[in-house]
Ligand binder design. Structure first.
Ligand code: GLY
Length: 400
């Protein structure tokens, strides 16, 4: 009996010893230096980017062949990422010119607070005004976030127990896309910060419906689930931006990973942690995930290894894995943090990160927006930059 006790004690010493050694693997000094360099670079690049934005539009991408900047109107789902990125850069650099740019970028999109034409209010208004409020405590920003939550809430459909993503059109009756998990962050935050509890309750209902209908047994997810508003039943499970209805569109898997990790942060409901862990394992153990851990645009993309990558999916995954590592069991903690480090190092390398003065002022190259629509293939994208900066910031705050 004594021998068994000794063996168990030795086993735990050994396991803990290995775990400790593994956490020491990354060189904190070089990660600190690398992260600081990325933020200095970002400040310089975003001053250049700012010069390319016509009045009233928001930056989206850049065409290296024509040298043309691609900008979008403020109701495009990405309109808040520029302001959000600027706030992250300001937070790390204290550069007052960047702060001025961030304040200006908020003014451009402020009227979105009453927009109800799609589900993207969380992306547009929380990534931007959420970060602005976090750093300034300006009550005007909080009012705008609260108003935006009400606009998003207007798209909740009780018959399907979910928030409708896009309006009815010739393809869909009542589509809900997995990306919509990301918009729940704003709803949770508003309820937890003095707002109506109905927003958080709605986010939980939506997350549970998505969990029931979007996922396959291996924790990969469909992009779109289309519902019948009258009966509440699922009409079909399909894709819009993926390679096939049955495929694992890379950014969709990243949104799901981030979304359920974030739901666990706000609710501490173990079902969300289990889901996030399952998604993380699907991604990290996938035979088609390249060794630099920047996924192809779809885990089932044709023409691998020539298929295009999606740096944006990699950036979202890195940020999500760093948060999931905070909640995970010891062995998983190390796996997730190490994977996030690999992604950060890959994205910071010449292979993905632009040279100063190039890339239209964007930070990262090689993202893919919507391959099947022949749109935004192998280009810089504003949200790749945003989640890259967020991952850098999370790494610095939590591990250095
Ligand atoms: N619909 C958001 C995305 O393209 O990921």
């Amino acid at each position: 009996m004594k021998k068994l006790g000794l063996a168990i004690t030795l086993y735990f010493w050994l396991v803990n010893g290995i775990a400790f050694a593994q956490t020491q693997n990354a060189n904190p000094l070089s990660m600190k230096q690398l992260i600081n360099e990325q933020f200095q670079f970002a400040a310089a690049q975003y001053k250049l980017l700012d010069k390319n934005i016509p009045q009233g539009l928001t930056p989206q991408s850049f065409d290296a062949k024509t040298g043309k900047s691609m900008n979008k109107d403020i109701q495009w789902w990405c309109s808040g990422f520029y302001a959000g990125s600027l706030w992250y850069i300001f937070e790390q650099t204290n550069d007052l010119m960047i702060k001025q740019q961030a304040e200006n970028a908020l003014k451009v999109i402020a009227s979105n607070q009453t927009y109800t034409g799609n589900h993207d209010l969380g992306f547009m208004m929380y990534c931007s005004f959420g970060n602005a409020y976090r750093l300034t405590n300006n009550p005007e920003y909080k009012n705008i976030i609260n108003r935006s939550a009400e606009s998003l809430f207007s798209r909740y459909r009780p018959s399907i127990k979910a928030i409708q993503s896009w309006n009815k059109n010739k393809y869909w009756e009542c589509p809900v896309i997995v990306d919509n998990m990301m918009n729940l962050e704003m709803l949770n935050w508003v309820s937890d910060n003095g707002g109506d509890p109905k927003y958080k309750k709605t986010s939980i209902i939506h997350a549970n419906t998505t969990l029931a209908n979007h996922f396959r047994p291996d924790f990969s997810s469909y992009h779109v689930v289309d519902y019948d508003l009258n009966t509440g039943k699922v009409i079909k499970k399909a894709t819009w931006q993926g390679a096939a209805n049955s495929s694992a569109w890379a950014r969709g898997q990243a949104w799901a990973l981030y979304g359920y990790t974030m739901m666990y942060r706000f609710t501490k409901d173990a079902i969300y942690l289990k889901q996030a862990n399952g998604i993380a394992k699907f991604i990290l153990n996938h035979p088609n995930l390249p060794s630099d851990k920047i996924p192809y645009w779809d885990f089932d993309a044709p023409f691998m290894p020539e298929a295009k990558r999606d740096a944006s999916a990699g950036a979202i995954m890195a940020s999500a894995l760093l948060e999931l590592a905070q909640y995970a069991q010891k062995a998983d903690k190390i796996t997730y943090k190490t994977a996030a480090e690999t992604i950060i190092n890959s994205l910071s390398s010449d292979k993905y990160r632009a040279k100063q003065g190039e890339n239209g002022g964007f930070l990262l190259m090689h993202s893919t927006g919507a391959y099947p629509l022949n749109s935004e293939i192998d280009v810089p994208l504003i949200y790749a930059d945003y989640y890259f900066l967020e991952a850098l910031m999370r790494y610095k705050n939590w591990y250095l």
